[in-house]
Write a protein that binds this ligand. Structure first.
Ligand code: ARG
Ligand code: ZN
Length: 474
């Protein structure tokens, strides 16, 4: 069914068999202010204040754009990088951090003036020559190099720049961005990206967005990708390998770029052929597809054990099955365009993408959502499914476990039952429309559901996403 997503520890039984299967950074900074590590006056905080990943992201500024220029030697595994961040100070800053893990930094400038820096764990601490004023636009350039290494997540899976036999599988959820570029890497800070990657001729480097240029000279090929819609750092990729490439434009004008490892092509081709119809179906359910480009990166990296909804162009560790394609595509609305503000709200991504699989199955001759719900509900009270509340998985170790995916989807099914099909779809569409390119919180989703249904749904949500244990039949 969904082998790619099913291998991750603890997620082997996410679904029953047969179930196909503008950000407002300033306001959000305020949202986090109370939880943020003390930002002593003019020093940017070392984290965004997320209890699950306290050092992820930083305080004191907001990134508008990343311009990454990378060179990857697939023979030695060496990465040469230059990152230029265009940002705006949200407070006076005598010092601020970027997130970067491993690698060697060889130079930093702020507005073209050499800045001093030091490394402290995953923080790159930068002291500009002149303090930045609140509201000031500035440009940070970081030169770095080395052999990127993935991090091991609290759930035991690899995350970040993961070398493969022909390049690298690059996926950053929840914390891998810092393994290959310096960033403000909490999802609360979204930005546009230009990512330019040079690899040996014969290899392909694939990122999100549109391919604006490709050039081969002197045994190397350079790929320049541009993502104009705001993106969280965890949704960036720069996956490298030997790929078969297919490009076309859909009837709706979406530019599709698929890159497939030839060893996975036989299995991937029939599934990828359905991408336009899946996006079309999801657009009818959830509202217009949020991006101008789409596609898939199908690698052969089965040790990774999961796929990721990298923005516009999900990355798969093997040929996906149809339900996985539906799932990662649904994330383009839920997770990528509408992004969480704290990792605790991960069910807003995974519960929604899982429910998209249920809906797709129901409307394409498979099990109904009700059947999928009933099969899950039949699990005994001691089952992992009920181990903790989807909207409070408790730590980064449980972000991608069964309660978040399956019980999160069950909560949406209960919502659908309570408000009826038409209102339910209206809620999903309004959610995608009102928070497009921005962020959303669980509390906001509950308020929206109340507003559009005219009901008080607090109790339903409390039971289905807010409490541990198997809910009683209602
Ligand atoms: N969001 C991915 C999905 O669609 C899962 C990512 C899992 N990442 C991890 N580090 N375990 O299911
Ligand atoms: Zn997912």
């Amino acid at each position: 069914m969904t082998p790619a997503r099913r291998q991750t520890a603890g997620r082997t039984t996410v679904l029953p068999r047969g179930a196909v299967a503008g950000a407002v950074p300033v306001a959000l900074a305020v949202l986090f202010a109370a939880a943020s590590p003390a930002s002593a006056g003019t020093v940017g905080a070392s984290g965004a204040g997320d209890p699950y990943f306290p050092l992820q992201g930083n305080g004191g500024y907001d990134v508008r754009h990343y311009d990454l220029t990378l060179g990857y030697d697939t023979g030695t595994g060496h990465l040469d990088g230059k990152a230029v961040l265009s940002a705006r100070a949200t407070q006076c800053l005598t010092r601020f951090d970027l997130d970067l893990n491993g690698l060697k930094v060889t130079g930093v400038t702020v507005d073209h003036a050499k800045a001093s820096f030091r490394r402290q764990g995953q923080e790159l601490v930068i002291t500009p020559r002149h303090a930045l004023r609140e509201g000031q636009e500035f440009r940070v350039a970081v030169d770095y190099q080395g052999e990127p290494k993935p991090v091991t997540d609290p759930d035991g899976s690899l995350d970040g720049w993961i070398p493969t036999d022909d390049g690298a599988f690059v996926a950053n959820e929840p914390q891998g961005a810092m393994t290959w570029f310096p960033a403000n890497s909490h999802p609360v800070d979204k930005a546009s990206y230009d990512i330019t990657i040079t690899v040996p001729k014969g290899r392909t480097a694939v990122s999100g967005g549109v391919l604006v240029a490709q050039r081969t000279t002197g045994g190397h090929t350079t790929f320049h990708w541009r993502q104009t819609e705001p993106m969280a750092a965890y949704l960036a990729t720069a996956t490298v390998g030997r790929f078969q490439v297919e490009q076309y434009t859909t009837r709706d004008g979406i530019q599709v770029y698929n890159a497939v490892d030839p060893r996975e092509a036989a299995a991937a081709t029939p599934v990828l052929r359905k991408l336009p119809s899946v996006l079309d179906w999801e657009s009818k359910e959830f509202g217009p597809y949020p991006f101008r480009s789409a596609g898939a990166i199908v690698d052969k990296a089965t040790n990774v054990g999961y796929a990721l909804e990298t923005q516009t162009r999900p990355v798969y560790d093997r040929a996906p099955d149809l339900s996985t394609l539906v799932h990662e595509s649904a994330h383009q609305w839920f997770g990528d365009s509408v992004t969480l503000t704290r990792w605790q709200d991960i069910w807003l991504n995974e519960g929604f993408a899982t429910y998209a699989e249920w809906l797709y199955s129901e409307q394409h001759g498979g099990k109904t959502a009700q059947q999928t719900f009933d099969a899950l509900y039949g699990r005994p009270a001691g089952d992992d499914l009920w181990a903790y509340p989807p909207a409070n998985p408790g730590s980064g170790a449980h972000l991608f476990d069964t309660p978040v995916y399956a019980r999160g989807a069950m909560a949406l099914h209960k919502l659908r039952q309570a408000v009826g099909d038409a209102t339910f779809l209206n809620i999903l569409r309004t959610w995608a429309a009102e928070h497009r390119y921005g962020h959303g919180t669980t509390a906001q989703f509950i308020r929206l559901s109340d507003r559009l249904s005219g009901k008080k749904l607090e109790g339903l949500f409390h039971t289905w996403i807010g409490t541990a244990g198997k809910p009683a039949k209602s």
